[in-house]
Write a protein that binds this ligand. Structure first.
Ligand code: NAP
Ligand code: MN
Length: 264
């Protein structure tokens, strides 16, 4: 089994990553950043997001493991003082994994540019850089509403505890194959009307944002940010691909939610 260890820049994470690689080598694992079977991240949920995008071309092969050096995360089960237990779990590996849904995001342009495609683990968010964002919202082929406001965000179930939650979205159990649309500060009055609450759609439906022309948009895919001119539409649906985590232990989802947001 080939293993890559990816850490954030925190001195604590760097040190834990070094210790972990030493222990893995002693246990005869090959450290391979290029074609790993297992990717272990050391840091926080943001570190796992970064590794997900770095290895998104190999999602069918790779299983992820998250070690956290701060608080318990949503993608990170292991504590930094459990490295020996983690290595012995890898030694007894039976290839068991759990998988979570991802988003397929497609951008089309008003000019001759090719469509662009992205995978997202948490969410895809569109905002207008300069003024009120105006967008038609389609569910499947049907026009649902005309949105005006700061932006729109579509999230996965595991992303429902991230930006989506700050936007007033529901927390969704990751076993539910659904995607959630959240508004960012919509303008609602007698003239402009959008739903005003989050909506959740099933896996056989998709959301298309038909954006006003001649504007500059900011697109956020998880932690990545890009500026897009001449953007025509953004379509988001549940992906056929999923992210796989090695499952040596199971942290109950609602236990995690409690730990992150409620505590004792
Ligand atoms: P960041 O600014 O460091 O992340 C913001 C916080 O979101 C961090 O505490 C991060 O945890 C946490 N987080 C990430 N994914 C999560 C998840 N699935 N469930 C619960 N919490 C999660 O940036 P980052 O670490 O690169 O993460 C990018 C993500 O941050 C974006 O995908 C977006 O969801 C989120 N974000 C949220 C807001 C907001 O709530 N207003 C604003 C911008 C971005 P760690 O500390 O463990 O990394
Ligand atoms: Mn972070």
């Amino acid at each position: 089994m080939k293993i890559a260890v990816v850490a954030n820049q925190e001195p604590k994470s760097q040190q834990v990553a070094k210790e972990l690689q030493d222990k893995l080598r002693v246990a005869n694992f090959e450290i391979d950043k290029v074609k790993p079977d297992v990717v272990i991240t050391v840091g926080g949920d943001g570190t796992l997001l970064g590794a997900f995008h770095a290895y998104s071309h190999e999602l069918d092969r790779i299983r992820f493991i998250g070690v956290h050096t701060g608080h318990l995360g949503f993608y990170t089960d292991w504590r930094d003082y459990e490295l020996d237990l983690l290595v012995s779990s890898l030694c007894e590996d039976t290839s068991k994994s759990v998988s979570y849904p991802l988003l397929d995001v497609t951008l089309t342009y008003n000019d001759t540019r090719q469509d662009k495609q992205f995978l997202a683990l948490n969410e895809a968010t569109v905002k207008n850089l300069n003024r009120t964002m105006v967008s038609e919202v389609f569910i499947k082929e049907e026009l649902f509403e005309k949105f005006r406001g700061d932006g729109l965000s579509v999230s996965t179930p595991t992303g429902s505890t991230a930006y989506s939650k700050s936007l007033g979205g529901a927390v969704i159990h990751p076993r539910v194959n659904a995607i959630q649309l959240n508004e960012v500060a919509s303008i609602n009055n007698r003239v402009y009307r959008s739903l005003g609450s989050p909506l959740i759609i099933a896996k056989d439906e998709w959301i298309t944002l038909n954006l006003a022309e001649d504007e500059s948009y900011q697109l956020h895919i998880d932690h990545l940010v890009m500026t897009e001119d001449n953007l025509d539409t953004v379509t988001v649906k549940l992906s056929e691909q999923r992210i796989h985590f090695a499952s040596y232990r199971h942290t109950h989802f609602w236990r995690r939610v409690n730990d992150a947001f409620i505590g004792e």
